[in-house]
Design a protein around this ligand. Structure first.
Ligand code: FEO
Ligand code: CA
Ligand code: CA
Length: 676
């Protein structure tokens, strides 16, 4: 299918769905295949949900096991799980749900004023100037930096990944289908002002209720519209980072598509730049209307990264997003950005030592020998899992830690069939990373991280999303799905062809040391419905019919070292019939591989965050793009959402307000640790 076919395919209800399908072309040259069918017909979803398939057709799809598994075979909530709560019933409707005995309150919504002088949100009269002082769109990563000893005041650090114009602006509709004709300069600026991140002070009162401190002195918006940033590390100042506005190659305006992230041990915030390619534009098109990169000197790596994706019209307004004008500008994106939330005047820094790819997250830990370790996924079908290890050790003195993100080694993972993992260093001059292969210095290795990792023979994965280390040398890697993997491409660490539901890998680093260059791995769970044999799911059999899930995405470790996993099924939720949610996934003992549903999103929303405070008593969740994905599968709605006609108006349920991405704060009624 061509780009145009996919944009216009009614199967894809919004731009994000369409571009995910289009964009996840297996660019990895280690797989010598061409684009397959975009739509996975195997588990055809709406037909299943709507009951339009006859028994014989269903049997053909799933074999007989699904049909003979009676509904009454649902297991009860697992008993060997350490997570103490009564499991929520799975499903999908217009609002959120949390396990009994917990409160789930809306803390912050898109458009909420977060500066003392910010105007109230006026959805019918949005301006970029207002949005720059209001909470941004599509909240993904959430971190909390305490400001006092008992943790009742702190800074919430939130990434705003992208925007959905069809439910954000009145009367606009999907712009990519209309050559972006409705995107006025002001609307483009509003979109840009709604991206990036927010630092917001919050406080908990004596009753346990959290609220926003609107005039907090450290409150701040970070955006691609106007936030000046610098680049540091081995690629800073590289010839390939020089642009017309920055002949030194060390400065850049803004950050984009900030997905998951992390906090460092010294309290700074890492914003991962994920689908940066989607924001770049070209007016140089071939006969099919696709970008023609013939004249681009960096065409090879641009193709490997998917630049220019042309998801947004920003390049029609700003030269810096147009590769015809600024061919090096994409090289200034795809990094991890460090922000000091305690200093609202500080300049965010893009840390090039951590590599350039579609960074999903950047969760940190300290190795047993005192070094900083950052686990990072490259979220593309058949791309890789990375980690970064600093050269120096983490100091109690915050100011001494700046160089830890500039001086260190980036590794990419090779998952071997014998259950071992080798972390392969991306170091210029070592192995194939030489001038003969186009790598003239370490800057080249980092700017072209994907090309370097290809040469090292890293293992192509089923879309590495978030990865979460635990201090004991263990890390959990979320592989969300990969329907393009064919039977002859499976490997031990990605064992299913046509994987609609993903899996989770557990890594145990040698010696319990996160800085180790080798370790072992195992599959914790293979996701999907265990009652359908052909899905090939693997759960602890105590997992209930409500507890299994598909498409793990973000994850967190709570104060007791337990794993929590949130899901993003995109438009695929119809394949499970469940909304996205937060699950308690047991990793230890007899309950290993069980999962329990704790919270679920309103229809069309993706579950992001999660973040537990250090005392384990507060959980921050981010509901991203409510009302958008897969709403054609919501019984009784069965169409794509628009601003005027959304599948849900969560969380306000005001007929004048569209759905709003929001942060939810979860606490236990009467207080105490969550799920304990
Ligand atoms: Fe932004 Fe890979 O999720
Ligand atoms: Ca994600
Ligand atoms: Ca995480």
């Amino acid at each position: 299918m061509t780009r145009k076919d996919i944009i216009n395919d009614p199967e894809f209800g919004n731009k994000a769905e369409a571009y995910e399908a289009f964009d996840d072309i297996p660019t990895n040259p280690n797989l010598g295949r061409t684009i397959g069918d975009v739509i996975n017909a195997r588990y055809g979803r709406r037909e299943m949900l709507r009951g339009m398939l006859g028994v014989s057709a269903t049997t053909a799809l799933f074999g007989t096991s699904a049909l003979i598994a009676p509904a009454t075979a649902r297991a009860a909530s697992p008993t060997a799980s350490r997570y103490t709560f009564d499991e929520l019933a799975a499903g999908n409707d217009q609002t959120h749900h949390v396990a009994q005995g917990y409160d789930a309150e809306i803390l912050l919504r898109w458009g909420d004023p977060i500066m003392a002088d910010a105007p109230e949100f006026d959805v019918m009269n949005q301006t970029a100037a207002a949005q720059l002082k209001q909470f941004g769109y599509n909240n993904d990563y959430v971190g909390f930096v305490p400001l006092n000893a008992d943790g009742t005041r702190g800074l919430l650090c939130v990434n705003h990944e992208y925007t959905n114009e069809e439910v954000m602006f009145p009367g606009l509709g999907r712009q990519d289908r209309d050559a972006f004709r409705g995107m006025t300069p002001e609307l483009i600026d509003i979109e840009m002002a709604a991206h990036g991140g927010s630092v917001v002070e919050i406080a908990q009162d004596s009753s346990g209720k959290w609220s926003v401190v609107r005039d907090g002195s450290m409150n701040r918006r970070i955006t691609p519209l106007d936030t000046a940033m610098t680049l540091s590390g081995p690629a800073a100042g590289h010839a390939r980072l020089k642009t017309n506005d920055d002949p030194a190659g060390v400065n850049v305006i803004g950050t984009i598509n900030n997905c998951a992230g992390g906090l460092t041990p010294w309290g700074t915030w890492l914003m991962a730049e994920e689908n940066f390619h989607g924001y770049f534009w070209t007016d140089t098109l071939d006969a099919e209307g696709k970008p023609d990169l013939t004249a681009q000197p960096e065409a090879k790596q641009m193709k490997r990264y998917g630049v220019p994706g042309m998801w947004y019209a920003w390049g029609t307004r700003y030269d810096r997003y147009n590769i015809d004008k600024e061919p090096n500008m994409p090289n200034k994106f795809g990094w991890v950005v460090e922000v000091d939330p305690m200093d609202p005047a500080s300049t965010p820094v893009k840390r090039t030592a951590l590599g350039r790819f579609r960074h999903e997250g950047a969760e940190t830990t300290v190795s047993s020998d005192g070094r900083l370790v950052v686990y990072m996924g490259d979220d593309n079908r058949f791309d890789y899992q990375y980690k970064y290890v600093s050269t120096g050790t983490v100091s109690e003195d915050k100011s001494a830690n700046g160089s830890l993100l500039d001086e260190g080694t980036l590794y990419v993972a090779r998952f071997d069939a014998d259950g071992t993992i080798a972390w392969l260093p991306l170091v210029h001059g070592e192995g194939p990373l030489t001038a003969a292969n186009g790598f003239h210095d370490q800057g080249d290795v980092l700017i072209d991280t994907r090309l370097a990792a290809d040469l090292l023979g890293a293992t192509p994965m089923d879309r590495p999303e978030d990865a979460q280390p635990r201090g004991d040398g263990t890390a959990y890697v979320m592989l969300t799905n990969n329907t393009r993997r064919k039977a002859d491409d499976v490997n031990a660490a990605n064992p299913r062809a046509d994987s609609s539901f993903g899996h989770i890998i557990e890594i145990k680093e040698d010696g319990g040391n996160h800085a180790a260059v080798s370790g072992t791995w195992s599959i914790l769970v293979k996701c999907g419905d265990p009652a359908i044999a052909e899905v090939g799911a693997q759960w602890n059999p105590e997992t209930s019919a409500d507890g299994w899930f598909g498409s793990p995405d973000n994850c967190a470790i709570d104060a007791d070292g337990r794993l929590w996993v949130s899901t993003d099924q995109g438009s695929n939720w119809g394949k499970t019939g469940k909304s996205d949610g937060l699950y308690a996934v047991e990793t230890e003992g007899d309950g290993r591989g069980t999962s329990k549903l704790f919270f679920r999103c309103p229809v069309g929303g993706e579950m992001c965050g999660p973040y537990f405070t250090g005392d384990g008593e507060t959980l921050f969740l981010a509901v991203q793009h409510p009302g958008t994905d897969g709403t054609k599968d919501l019984k009784g709605f069965e169409r794509n959402s628009t601003f005027e006609d959304p599948a849900t108006r969560w969380p306000d349920f005001d007929p004048a307000m569209p759905p709003r991405p929001s942060i939810v704060v979860v606490t236990k009624q009467g207080g105490g640790k969550i799920a304990v």
